[in-house]
Design a protein around this ligand. Structure first.
Ligand code: MG
Length: 157
């Protein structure tokens, strides 16, 4: 077995949809980025790549490539799952922490969990979603950005 860690941060801006874990969340701002800026799926993808020692999503999906503009991060994660499978690994479980001052994510956790589980090909009880505020300090606490950390365990497929 092997373990991998992933992290992502994006700025919060007006005029963008907020998408976390592939789930569209009603909010007055969204995350800025070349793709759909889904910090959850980016962190999970990097954790998976890390576990398989396959680099990071910046290498696989350069943000200089116009092909990736507005990219659905679900497709990105599906591609990562496929590459990791080709390298002989499959996910065992995933734990993640979303850092966001607002909105309250409690009601959205089940949908995020279900979608991450679906994308990783895991049962829902192998995925855990945690949410933390920024205690009103720093860029997270001032609602200038959101972050996500993910950890994924893999085993030989
Ligand atoms: Mg990102």
């Amino acid at each position: 077995m092997r373990v991998g860690i992933g992290h992502d941060t994006h700025r919060l801006v007006e005029g963008r949809p907020l998408i976390l874990g592939g789930v569209r969340i009603d909010f007055d701002r969204g995350l800025a980025g070349h793709s759909d800026a889904d910090i959850v799926l980016h962190a999970v993808a990097d954790a998976l790549l890390g576990a398989a020692a396959l680099g990071d999503i910046g290498e696989l999906f350069p943000d200089t490539d116009p092909q990736h503009e507005g990219l659905d991060s679900g497709k990105l994660l599906a591609e990562v799952v496929s590459r990791v499978a080709s390298a002989g690994w499959r996910a065992v479980n995933c734990d993640l922490v979303i850092h966001a001052q607002r909105p309250k994510l409690l009601a959205h956790k089940p949908a995020i969990r279900a979608n991450v589980a679906r994308l990783l090909g895991l049962p829902e009880d192998a995925v855990n979603v945690k949410a933390k505020t920024g205690e009103h300090v720093g860029p997270i606490g001032r609602s200038e950005a959101m972050s996500c950390e993910a950890i994924v365990l893999v085993t030989r497929a």
